[in-house]
Design a protein around this ligand. Structure first.
Ligand code: NAD
Length: 364
């Protein structure tokens, strides 16, 4: 089979980690006889520097005409002072999600056995963690109207509007029920219904849809409690569904259950073309040093195979290759920080980790 993949490395470590995911996909292509046609385009700060806008029309057109999009990360301190519509996240990432109609972001938070000791959390708490966080991606506070007004006293008032419609909630919750139905059949809906009106509508909608999915056990949890429960007893969770900002924050927290934010992949789906990217940002503090962990991006490529191309066996092979490399003690720096494993650890750079994974894909 032939698949067209738009490749958007972006900024910072994006340009280092994306080639490693491409390498893994090339190994899959050679092993299974698929053809992946990669076309690269600019996005984020790199696009702003080249053509004056973080999401050029050309890039958007390429994404729309591809079968899937592989994205690295965007942003960096040098772009923080740009007018808001030209900043990489607001000017590129959010419109890209919106214009590709990617309303659902799936973030599997799985602890690979080889990384049991890499987390800052006790082994007995995290052993066997396997959570799917489903985050609403095109609504809520990040997409609401934003404004600033001068106040008569001389200061300013800044406003961000948080709104959700029944339709927006229904489509993400239905998707979450379907995912939960194929897993351990438990859905935890996270909101702040004790304070926010949008959360009250969220909870009412989930309670109404719950009746259509009797095989799935539904629970509701306030977001502040959820952030605590994720650390106290993460294994209580199977699928979590939540709104945009809560999902953004909770998944960074959940990444620490897996050892590092460099381990957390993501799939954004819902439209015709899926977008696959690591959950982390452009990590300017380590950019250009061959230190970034490419595994979240490589695992995002596995999600692309599974969700956009229905290539389950190929996706599993990438996941197996990652697990094998970790079991054999291969680590990037972020996974070393808390490791007191007795197993000898082999410290690798971004490129070398990518090479090991590609090698394992060909050998396993
Ligand atoms: P970040 O995720 O880039 O980095 C947070 C910390 O995690 C840093 O210490 C970084 O070194 C580390 N880290 C992240 N990914 C890593 C990896 N693969 N391997 C090893 N260590 C890794 O978050 P930040 O520092 O808050 O943001 C930096 C920039 O990224 C900002 O401009 C922000 O707007 C942008 N950002 C982009 C995205 C995206 O492209 N989807 C998401 C979040 C932040």
């Amino acid at each position: 089979m032939r698949y067209k993949i738009a490749v958007l490395p972006g900024d910072g470590i994006g340009i280092e980690i994306v080639p490693e995911a491409v390498k893994a996909l090339e190994a899959i292509a050679s092993r299974f006889g698929h053809q992946f046609e990669f076309t690269e385009a600019l996005v984020g700060g790199a696009a702003y520097d080249a053509v004056g806008h973080p999401l050029p029309e050309e890039t958007l057109a390429l994404c729309k005409s591809s079968d899937a999009v592989l994205l690295g990360a965007i942003g960096g301190p040098e772009y923080d002072e740009l007018p808001v519509h030209l900043r990489p996240e607001v000017g590129a990432l959010l419109p890209l999600r919106k214009r590709l109609a990617l309303f659902a972001n799936l973030r599997p938070c799985i602890l690979f056995p080889g990384l049991l000791q890499a987390s800052t959390i006790k082994e007995e708490v995290i052993k066997g963690v396997d959570i799917m966080v489903i985050r609403e991606l095109t609504g809520g506070l990040y997409f609401g109207n934003k404004s600033r007004e001068k106040t008569p006293q001389g200061g300013e008032t800044a406003t961000d509007v948080l709104s959700y419609s029944t339709l927006e909630i229904e489509r993400i919750v239905r998707l979450a029920y379907e995912v939960a139905g194929k897993r351990r059949k438990q859905l935890c809906s996270v909101d702040k219904a004790n304070v926010l009106e949008s959360s009250r509508l969220w909870r009412e909608t989930v309670s109404r849809l719950e009746k259509e999915y009797p095989q799935v056990k539904t629970t509701h949890m306030y977001v502040d409690n959820c952030s605590m429960q994720l650390i106290r007893d993460p294994r209580q969770f199977d699928v979590i569904v939540t709104e945009n900002m809560f999902g953004d924050i909770l998944t960074d927290e959940a990444s620490m259950l897996t050892g590092s934010i460099g381990m957390l992949p993501s799939a954004s789906i819902g439209g015709e073309v899926g977008l696959y990217e690591p959950s982390h940002g452009s990590a300017p503090d380590i950019a250009g040093q061959n230190k970034a962990n490419p595994l979240a991006t490589i695992l995002s490529a596995a999600m692309m195979l599974r969700y956009s191309f229905n290539l389950d066996q190929e996706a599993e092979l990438i996941e197996k290759a990652v697990n094998k490399a970790l079991e054999e003690g291969y680590r990037t720096g972020d996974l070393l920080a808390c490791s007191d494993s007795e197993q000898p650890v082999k410290l690798l750079g971004t490129k070398e980790m990518g090479d090991i994974i590609a090698q394992k894909i060909l050998q396993l």
